[in-house]
Design a binder for this molecule. Sequence first.
Ligand code: C2O
Length: 536
Amino acid sequence: CAVRHYKFDVLIKNTTRLCSSKPIVTVNGKFPGPTLYAREDDTVLVKVVNHVKYNVSIHWHGIRQLRTGWADGPAYITQCPIPTGQSYVYNFTITGQRGTLLWHAHILWLRSTVHGAIVILPKRGVPYPFPKPHKEVVVVLAEWWKSDTEAVINEALKSGLAPNVSDAHTINGHPGQVSSCPSQGGFKLPVENGKTYLLRLINAALNEELFFKIADHKLTVVEVDATYVKPFKADTVLIAPGQTTNVLVSADQNSGKYLVAASPFMDAPVAVDNLTATATLHYSGTLANTPTTLTSPPPQNATQVANNFINSLRALNSKQFPALVPQTIDHNLFFTVGLGINPCPTCKAGNGSRAVASINNVTFIMPTTALLQAHFFNISGVFTTDFPANPPNVFNYSGTPPRNLQTTNGTKVFRLAYNSTVQLVLQDTAIIAPENHPIHLHGFNFFAVGRGLGNYNPKTDPQKFNLVDPVERNTIGVPTGGWVAIRFRADNPGVWFMHCHLEVHTTWGLKMAFLVDNGKGPNQSLLPPPSDLPKC
Ligand code: C2O
């Protein structure tokens, strides 16, 4: 195994999209940012240098960070941010993972433009468990705002209302065909007849789950969140922010130019945003201007398309890559996730109230000292360990929104013994309205053992859980008006953030953290912090 060195210069770059320019925060001047390549078992050192006026931190989304929480990246959770003019070296080893992940800024809304791919190749000499593709292509899906995204969220926080939605979706940085700016080009994917391609799809959007499809071409799904799945064919892939999906595409259409489309999935009664990003898959010999074979993306509320895709996902669970699903449970947790309304006398636009979000009715308040530091150095007063295992109120979660359900503020963590097993049911709560929440857990992969609509039934639903080959991932959509059950083993000591990967919901407080104690054996403790860890 090798040591790989990267340098990420965080700097401002003037960038033109939708026929207008604005300065954006980038890594090395690129949007999307550079791809980080490594092999399983490699050690990666990324020196991040902050040249912008904002504090910065970078998260390696989905990398397990075994015992190296200091390199995880969420600001004020595992580190204080890197101040202007300073740098920090993220130092981690990739253990037991191969596939596609993403890195992104983990502070404020900088992730809108500060993101890129992580490609982890298998160990040398270990083949993929699927036919070797002719070529591999990283495809990053994201969003574009004409205005400055920090201004967008600050304005929303002041008013108490929801922020503006983006002006476009993007495929590898480009919106493609949009009527407001017909002159701009889109991403082009050249293929040769008869060859097979591996697309490494990443949803780096701030606030949108996306459908992805290619006209007249089936997508064979082989991996999600850097874990192999039983291959299956799909017309449309659903991919939530923070999720990654590897698909094989066979160029089996002889010739032509085919539309590639990324469009939003949102089955809740909230702001509509039906912009589709487009790109072109073109066979060699054709000029790649505009696609001639079209396809229409699913409607925004195509719940059935979404469910079909999700229900097709199974862990590969081969001899070489077994699904190690915890069969017993030490902690049986039930968390409601949802949106709420709190009083806000200064919020004039919001009529004296503001949108908030919570888990078990706790709206997480960011600390000013990083939780991991407070934990490691025993600094008191930064967090409390009383995060509730169950919601304070029992009601019909997916039914009519109840009245007077405001949230309480707190910086609360849930404490787990080393190597304990956790079953966590995440139930969407209709305090305002039901909505889909892609929940991301740092530091672990988990198994998605169950999923359902309506209220979770603790008596009957567990009998239907898949404890054999459930899909293993790091980010999972809690369905609108429904629930998911996940299981994981707390084998990674440290403090691990869990939050909705729709950035607006995280900003509103849909987040919490697990504190995992050290084990007693060798190699079961959090390592000490590196000497260049930024100070608060
Ligand atoms: Cu990809 Cu805490 O985030």
